[in-house]
Ligand binder design. Structure first.
Ligand code: ATP
Length: 211
């Protein structure tokens, strides 16, 4: 569960989001809003990548401001347009993330295999297409034992065959580990592949739960 307190985000004095109080319960959440409404900004602040005013806490115990290291190790994030060091291979990046996130041995294998990544992971990232990079970034976000996984525009550039695979990753992770997900998209969520998805709307510089 994520709790926001007096959350305020501006760029150069230009207000983007103002959220006095908001709670995201355990579950799978679909963050929706039009282009430029602040979805990526919100996810980056929750991931601890960019600064904001106020506080966010996980399970009402880990504050992003007071316990930044513990908070960040419990919250994983996949960017909408991932950028990684070009000179590394996918395998090297996976090992790096596994080490940083203290992931169980061989945890990545199920993701690599189900998303068909094994053929290219030994190549340098500079050679990847945007879809290949997207798959890698999604797999990285599942490594370790995160309490919360944030996926910004996870469907963009994914081929149609990979969509049900990603939904299965999410459903399994939530069911088995209780991980909370926040997925952003400017499209409404459609599909029976992911049960019990709740919608959060970014609207007029704040968040609200969809009715
Ligand atoms: N680094 C930045 N500096 C200044 N303004 C920014 C920066 N990043 C985003 N913005 C502005 O913040 C607002 C929200 O942008 P953001 O990328 O969070 O929206 P979004 O809802 O994710 O949009 P999209 O659906 O198009 O990806 C926009 O007006 C954007 O121009």
């Amino acid at each position: 569960m994520l709790t926001l307190h007096n959350y305020h985000k501006a760029y150069n004095g230009h207000l983007i989001l103002d959220i006095p109080a908001f709670t995201i319960d355990s579950g799978v959440h679909w963050l929706r809003g039009h282009n430029g409404s602040g979805k990526s900004t919100f996810l980056k602040t929750v991931a601890g990548i960019i600064s904001f005013e106020g506080d966010i806490s996980l399970h009402n115990t880990l504050s992003i401001k007071k316990h930044p290291t513990d908070y960040r190790s419990a919250v994983n994030f996949a960017e909408a347009e991932p950028v990684f060091p070009d000179f590394l291979t996918g395998t090297e990046l996976i090992q790096l993330f596994k080490s940083a996130k203290e992931a169980p041995a061989r945890q990545e294998e199920q993701y690599v295999e189900s998303m068909g990544m094994s053929a290219y992971l030994s190549d340098r990232i500079s050679t990847y297409s945007s879809g290949m990079l997207k798959k890698l970034s999604l797999a990285l976000a599942f490594l370790g034992r995160p309490a919360c996984i944030l996926l910004d525009e996870p469907l963009t550039t994914l081929d149609v065959e990979s969509l049900p695979v990603l939904y299965a990753w999410i459903a399994d992770q939530h069911r088995q580990e209780g991980t909370t997900f926040v997925l952003s998209s400017h499209q409404a969520f459609e599909g029976e592949l992911l049960p019990d998805v709740r919608e959060i709307v970014v609207d007029r510089q704040t968040l609200r739960h969809a009715l």
